[in-house]
Design a protein around this ligand. Structure first.
Ligand code: 5GP
Ligand code: MN
Length: 336
């Protein structure tokens, strides 16, 4: 185990550092990873971000993106970096299963492992943990880790600030979710002072979709939305043929589930999608409803109370039916 002083001492000399994050990285995963990357390179470290899989194009403009290695496309180079690293930062995940095959390599590496994360129930694979489930984003924790714990506020330059702003923006649902506290707003104000151009980042993230993506969304809402009023639940279920028809790419499905929750009476929204190798579920809920409990108990997943995900090895149709069959168990909570 490491304490903060020992970690700060390690970071005082140039080190070989790998930063990694969960598979199918989102805005917070890439924003927090590249925010930390842009900080560490200023200190003279040899740092690389390794993403377990590809990620949406709307994140490709992030400063430092050109240096990111995608594990599935560069397995050998990634394995060497992981094996030779002095420190591995694990950002926005807390179980090695969330980084797929990379989990074994990270587990086997003799590097110090530093977890910075805000998900429930962390597993013990780390040597140092900076973890807080009340944080709205891992990027928020990266900010306080650099500025408060390491006392390096002056290293939050425009690139670091831009990446961290992106993580907080996306994981807080554009400053909308309950964990968007006044502290979050104060940090975001700091990030703008450090050079993050807030309106431009919103443009790049939210107004950069393809025509296909908008037509796909239209299709989801017009043809794939099912409301179950007796359970205050809305399901958007999309099969493989539709994904192909609309040429849906990584990231194009992001946010679709939120439309299910936009109906006033709906407490639980589900987006169920038939991917190549599995059926993936994204659940969103309002207030106290524990979406993560359903994912953990029935779909080999987890997440936060109001935003969780999981998967199923059963067929698409069977997964939709399984999801519906679970709802009676939660009826009391859903109709309160
Ligand atoms: P999304 O629905 O956007 O894919 O994921 C929402 C949240 O659910 C993520 O931030 C993550 O915490 C969690 N999540 C999604 N998929 C999985 C999964 O397969 N396993 C676990 N443990 N958590 C997941
Ligand atoms: Mn996150």
């Amino acid at each position: 185990m490491l304490d903060l002083t020992a970690l700060a001492e390690l970071l005082a000399q140039p080190k070989k550092i790998v930063i990694t994050t969960h598979h199918k990285p989102d805005g917070d995963a890439m924003g927090s990873s590249l925010g930390l990357y842009n900080y560490l390179v200023q200190l003279g470290h040899h740092a690389r971000v390794i993403a377990p899989t590809d990620y949406p194009d709307f994140l490709a403009w992030l400063p430092g993106n050109e240096e990111v290695i995608i594990y599935t496309e560069n397995t050998e180079a990634s394995a060497v970096l992981i094996a030779e690293a002095d420190i591995i930062f694990c950002l926005d995940f807390n179980s090695l299963s969330r980084i797929n095959q990379m989990g074994e390599l990270v587990g086997a590496s003799s590097a110090y492992k530093v977890m910075i994360d805000h998900h429930l129930e962390p597993q013990d694979f780390d040597d140092y943990r900076y973890w807080n489930i009340n944080a709205c984003a891992t990027a928020q924790l990266v900010y306080t880790f650099i500025a408060n714990e390491l006392g390096h506020r002056e290293y939050i330059n425009k690139d670091v600030a831009t990446c961290l702003y992106t993580g907080i923006l996306t994981d807080s649902g554009s400053f909308r979710l309950p964990n968007t506290t006044s502290d979050v707003h104060r940090i975001v104000a700091e990030l703008i002072d450090c050079g993050a151009v807030n309106w431009r980042i919103h443009e790049l993230i939210y107004n950069s979709a393809s025509e296909n993506r908008l037509r796909f969304l239209g299709h989801c809402l017009a043809n794939c939305l099912e409301i179950l009023p007796e359970y205050n639940t809305a399901i958007i279920a999309v099969n493989k043929a539709d994904l192909e028809k609309f040429d849906v790419n990584t990231g194009d499905t992001e946010g679709v589930v939120n439309y299910a929750l936009s109906i006033a009476s709906i407490k639980l929204g589900a987006f169920i999608v038939e991917r190549k190798d599995m059926v993936k579920l994204s659940l969103r809920s309002k207030e106290e409803f524990p979406a993560n409990e359903i994912c953990k108990k029935y779909f080999n997943g987890g997440g936060h109370r109001n935003a969780a995900g999981g998967q199923s090895g059963e067929s698409f149709e069977a997964t939709v039916e399984k999801f519906k069959s679970i709802l009676p168990e939660y009826k009391k909570l859903l109709i309160q």
